[in-house]
Ligand binder design. Structure first.
Ligand SMILES: Nc1nc2c(ncn2[C@@H]2O[C@H](COP(=O)(O)OP(=O)(O)OP(=O)(O)O)[C@@H](O)[C@H]2O)c(=O)[nH]1
Ligand SMILES: [Zn+2]
Length: 346
């Protein structure tokens, strides 16, 4: 029988419970994926940590997923995801890759120094907004900054409803301001550019205790022992953090909805453009350009909006082209195969 009370500290929610049948509740095992390797998944039921092999028939599974297993720890099914983070695969391969799932809140980390960049924050916001997770902007290095409130105000200016917190990521007391954004059954992820303080923040949040879901030592191919990176971390104060390497190099793709939510002020203004399909470039009667002239909208914000839309269109188009190509290639193989069978008289 599934023990819900053990699952709660792993981020279990009514959303997942509602997906179970009574039979599944009575006969199966429910676990969360805490690590992902090439040939196996490391999962936890809130008490024990164990491994589930990845077979040819195993569907795409990522850290954060909830799985139902039978009593021999074989996969029955993956529960529907509450949210998911995807990215365009790195390199020349054009494919979408799932990198983490079931995240309630994403901490977008940015440091209050020369690296501070509103356009980059907007880019991360568009990403988070297309994942179904909530966004919180965490501004680090407050101890090294003369006027943190100026940075907070700049970010708040992007959207008055945004949650923005300034912290010294090295200091436990300072980051306690984040606790109201980490509910005990919530799953949080931390994203942002290199060097902004993501690891420092996670370390302080976990008091340096990164192995709370249990530690597993693994043999690598040469028979050496390596301690693997734990991707799903339990917080002593309740709540879960997901920190996978993939989360750190995520790019915009299929994020139209996220861009639209992030720049809802521009969307709102565009309702008054003369042309319905106005691109807010050189068209007459453009309400968005007018707002820039009147000082109601930053030229920087409009430029970044255009840039992200272009980038998203490009990535999404190549993805769509690849999908179409794969489909027609699949039909070609099928046809060739059936013709060769016909020739052989089968
Ligand atoms: N003074 C101060 N230093 C900080 C703060 N946050 C991070 N640092 C320092 O900044 C440097 C980079 O922090 P990391 O936590 O490694 O940054 P990261 O975002 O994890 O970087 P990557 O692993 O490259 O993605 C480290 O030397 C930290 O000690 C802060 O709030 N105050
Ligand atoms: Zn316009």
């Amino acid at each position: 029988m599934i023990n819900y009370s053990l699952l709660l500290k792993l981020g279990w929610k009514p959303f997942f419970q509602q997906q179970l049948t009574i039979e599944e509740y009575e006969t199966s095992l429910c676990v969360r994926v805490v690590e992902q390797h090439r040939s196996e998944l490391v999962v936890s039921n809130g008490q024990d940590v164990f491994k589930v092999p990845i077979l040819k028939s195993t569907p795409e599974i990522v850290v954060g997923d909830w799985l139902l297993l039978d009593h021999e720890n074989r996969l029955l099914r993956v529960l529907d995801r509450k949210s998911k983070f995807e990215r365009k695969s790195a390199g020349t391969k054009i494919q979408k890759q799932l990198i983490a799932s079931n995240i309630d809140t994403a901490f977008i980390v940015s440091s209050m120094n020369d690296d501070f960049n509103l356009s980059r924050i907007e880019r991360y916001l568009a990403l988070v907004h297309s994942s179904e997770a909530d966004a919180v902007i965490v501004l680090t290095k407050s101890d090294l900054c003369e006027e943190p409130s100026r940075f907070v105000a700049d970010v708040q200016n992007l959207d008055p409803l945004l949650s923005v917190v300034a912290v010294n990521a090295l200091d436990t007391e300072s980051i306690s301001a984040l606790s109201s954004f980490i509910k005990t059954t919530d799953t949080v992820c931390v994203i942002g550019s290199s060097g902004v303080g993501k690891s420092t923040l996670i370390n302080t949040l976990t008091n340096g205790n990164m192995l709370a879901t249990g530690s597993i030592r693994e043999d690598d191919s040469k028979g050496r022992h390596t301690t693997t990176h734990r991707s799903l971390i339990l917080l002593n104060s309740g709540g879960v953090i997901i920190d996978t390497p993939g989360m750190r190099e995520i790019k915009i793709t299929d994020s139209e909805e996220g861009i639209s939510k992030t720049f809802h002020d521009i969307e709102k203004l565009s309702e008054n453009c003369r042309y319905k399909d106005c691109q807010h470039q050189q068209e007459p009667g453009c309400a968005v350009k007018q707002a820039v002239i009147q000082g109601k909208l930053d030229q920087r914000r409009l430029d970044n909006f255009h840039k992200l839309v272009r980038e998203n269109d490009l990535n999404s188009a190549t993805l769509a082209q690849k999908r179409a190509k794969d489909k027609s290639l699949g039909r070609f193989y099928k046809k060739t195969l059936s013709e060769s069978h016909k020739l052989k008289g089968r």
